[in-house]
Design a protein around this ligand. Structure first.
Ligand code: UN1
Length: 516
């Protein structure tokens, strides 16, 4: 524990303001308004920000639409140049922005920096993509005709992001949306407004360097509550909403988008599992499980929450896991060697306590999970919890089938791989999953059609920590959206099928005759 590093209450706020000022944010903006920003490191107030009311969101969206109309005529590789400049700004600001992520979201230093690295990576990816936004040419049945696909920008892309990846999620969406010719309007989590202002300031630097072809309203930030998110979701000029958050949020947003036939990318809850086979390399599995379950204090949507261990290796593996849980350093995330920082706020703490109480009621044996005093009563540092459930005929207890956004890992033994896969799939969410095995049959089975039902299925790595090159997202209650790499860019464009007759006659398809 890191009692020695308890910080003086003024220091976090002062440092956050200094970092933002360095990015070019006017410090006067941080001193007035109704939204109180806090740091989970100490619970102290860092800033007070003005919030946008839903009515004043509309003009921002309208200006963004105007910006898109100009931006769509800029050739895509040239649009890529803006994103290249953004990547340059992010490289230059990596240490400072990573630090701000640590101060505002509570991530340990390497994870704060890693999040900014994800932003840089997606910028690089998008720059290459800006020369590849390709469609197909398709054989037509009609002589002297050509059939092809064109991909065009959509318009305004609304981005709603969560506190746990306060900057990377914007970048996954914005970098692709911008090279695809869209403008973006961002509603960040109310828990992490400062990092959003910092990113917007860095984007503005890139836009200024790019020159007049990049309109002023290409990217904007709306600081506000759910009502502002709703304004984005309901405005007819927002062509696509990419929303990351809880399944409950997705359930509120999806019908409104469907009602006006708008596009959606939903990245909602996860309840991710890993299977440790009796053939697994247990050293490797231990490291994979520990990072995925305890990293980011259990606050990734890809966090490992359920673990199924084959009965032959259960005792030896779970004993080792318990000692890893017992020795992991919980404390101030700025201190080298600390691996688990604070929960985001009081409500997250209460959620963890309630889940552990329910798990105990359901027959679980709990290791860890107690509160650690690092920086006083307004900061919520928790020792990660391991909950062993006895093998019961009734499958998984209800608490295990729900996502609690905290470092709790439920552990159960299994006998056959079929049983483990059935348990892993028997939850509402379908984001990420893993198997640790050295048996080729088991590995292939797990990633096959009869295996994991998740959007992400890994072998011999944990379920968290995805790279930007792959498409990211999940099935079922996770919402079905895909963003980031692979061909996710298509979600940010509309496809037009063009058939061109370069002949002098008009043959009709399907042999239809219509002579007038
Ligand atoms: C999230 O938790 O919201 O795979 C996204 C990962 C990260 C993204 C997580 N690259 O853990």
């Amino acid at each position: 524990l890191d009692q020695s590093t308890t910080t003086s209450p003024a220091s976090v706020a002062a440092e956050a303001v200094a970092l933002l000022t360095g990015f070019g944010v006017d410090p006067a903006l941080l001193r007035r308004g109704d939204l109180v920003a806090r740091s989970p490191l100490t619970g102290e107030e860092t800033a007070r920000l003005a919030v946008v009311d839903p009515a004043s969101a509309a003009p921002v969206i309208e200006r963004a639409h105007e910006a898109h109309l100009a931006w769509r005529t800029v050739p895509a590789p040239r649009r890529g140049e803006l994103v290249r400049l953004l990547g340059e700004e992010l490289r230059a600001a990596k240490d400072d922005l990573g630090r701000l992520v640590t101060l505002e979201a509570g991530k340990v230093t390497s994870e704060g920096l890693g999040e900014v690295q994800e932003m840089i990576d997606i910028c690089d990816f998008a720059v290459g993509l800006s020369r590849q936004l390709y469609g197909l040419t398709i054989a037509t049945e009609r002589p002297q005709h050509r059939m092809m696909e064109s991909w065009h920008p959509l318009g305004v892309v609304g981005i709603i992001s969560a506190f746990n990846f306060p900057v990377a999620v914007w970048a996954w969406n914005a970098a692709l949306a911008l090279v695809c010719g869209n403008s973006v309007v961002w509603k960040p989590s109310e828990k992490t407004p400062l990092t959003a202002l910092g990113v917007q300031a860095l984007f503005e630097r890139a836009r200024q360097r790019f020159g007049a072809d990049a309109p002023e309203a290409l990217s904007s930030v709306l600081i506000g509550d759910a009502a502002v998110g709703a304004a984005l979701v309901e405005h007819r000029l927002v062509a696509l909403v990419s929303a990351t958050g809880s399944t409950a949020m997705g359930r509120a947003v999806a019908p409104k988008l469907a009602a006006r036939f708008a596009r959606q990318i939903l990245e909602l809850g996860g309840n991710n599992a890993a299977i440790v086979s009796d053939t697994a390399d247990l050293d490797l599995a231990l490291r994979g499980v520990a990072f995925a379950a305890m990293g980011t204090a259990g606050q990734r949507c890809t966090t490992l929450r359920r673990l199924f261990v084959q009965e032959e290796v259960y005792d030896v593996f779970v004993d080792r896991l318990k000692s890893a849980y017992g020795s992991v350093r919980v404390g101030d995330p700025r201190v080298p060697g600390v691996l688990v920082g604070p929960l985001i706020d009081h409500a997250a703490h209460d959620g963890m306590v309630a889940a552990l109480a329910e798990a105990k009621q359901a027959g679980g044996t709990i290791h860890g999970g107690d509160r650690v005093d690092v920086a006083g009563e307004d900061a919520f540092y928790m020792r990660p919890a391991l909950v062993e459930f006895p093998p019961g005929a009734g499958g998984q207890p209800a608490i295990m089938q729900r996502e609690t956004f905290a470092p709790i890992l439920y552990v159960m033994r299994y006998r056959s791989l079929e049983q483990a896969i059935a348990l892993q799939n028997d939850v509402a969410a379908g984001l990420s999953s893993s198997i640790f095995t050295r048996d080729l049959h088991e590995a292939e089975r797990f990633v096959s059609v009869e295996g994991s039902d998740c959007g992400i299925a890994n072998v011999n790595i944990g379920p968290s920590g995805a790279e930007i090159g792959g498409a990211f997202g999940g099935e079922k209650d996770t919402g079905g959206g895909r963003e980031s790499g692979s061909d996710s860019w298509r979600a940010y464009m509309r496809r037009a099928t063009n058939t061109i007759n370069y002949g002098k006659t008009l043959p009709l398809a399907q042999g239809v005759v219509f002579d007038v």
